[in-house]
Design a binder for this molecule. Structure first.
Ligand SMILES: [Cu+2]
Length: 231
């Protein structure tokens, strides 16, 4: 019974969400924006992680409901390595390793330090500012995760083959961004007409990528023996 009531409420919200300029936009007005990304790799190798890109439209649009997302820590890796969430969402980092981690982010916005915690524990943080959040561990310098925090619901991640589709986009003018950890960001103006947009082709380029060490949570270099981490 309760589920039914929730469904009705959700339907009403979906039918009359605010439009980009504050007016009401009915269901069925939104259109699709679809395409495919590709990436040039060093040595002409085939791209290996197109699904870790983030595709989004910058511009007016309705916000998505904040959510709670888990990024697991397993075998000294964040899994998944890249997530995209609506503004106000909470990201939790459950530790599955039999030793401690110290998850932190040292950016200007969404700065946090979850402190040391061990196996079976999970700590999280609510991301109130939009933009890219780089998440590190203060003990293990190779651990990195990326959280893209979005102002509107016009975002997605591609399938493994690079294809992507945004649904129910209000016609208008936007800036399309395609972000990937190993490529300069692709940015282009995008006019979305009443028929939507299909067959966008966006090329990324990872050939110039190289790993750059980052600082620890105190802004210092990691110890030079951090590669031989002891737990
Ligand atoms: Cu760690």
């Amino acid at each position: 019974m309760r589920r039914m009531a929730l469904f009705v409420v959700a339907s009403c919200i979906a039918a009359w969400r605010p439009g980009p300029r504050g007016g009401a936009v009915g269901v069925g007005v939104g259109v699709g924006v679809a395409g495919r990304i590709s990436m040039r790799e060093k040595g002409g190798k085939p791209p290996r992680d197109l699904g870790a890109a983030v595709v989004y439209l910058e511009g007016a649009g309705p916000a998505a409901r904040p959510m709670s997302v888990d990024v697991a820590i397993s075998d000294k890796e964040f899994v998944p390595r890249v997530v995209v969430v609506p503004q106000g969402s909470t990201v939790r980092f459950p530790n599955h390793d039999p030793f401690n981690h110290n998850v932190f982010s040292a950016g200007e916005r969404n700065r946090f330090d979850l402190g040391l915690y061990g196996r079976g524990e999970a700590k999280g943080y609510a991301l109130t500012s939009t933009g890219l959040v780089q998440v590190f561990c203060n003990i293990h310098p190779r651990m990195v995760a990326f959280v893209q925090v979005m102002a509107t619901r016009y975002f997605t991640q591609p399938a493994a083959d690079g294809s992507f589709a945004l649904e129910d986009v209000a016609p208008g003018r936007y800036t399309l961004h395609v972000w990937h950890e190993r490529s300069p960001q692709a940015v282009q103006e995008l006019a979305v007409g009443p028929a939507g947009v299909s067959r966008l082709e966006i090329q990324l380029d990872a050939r110039g990528f190289r790993w750059v060490p980052h600082k620890n949570k105190l802004g210092k270099d990691y110890p030079t023996d951090a590669g031989l981490e002891r737990y």
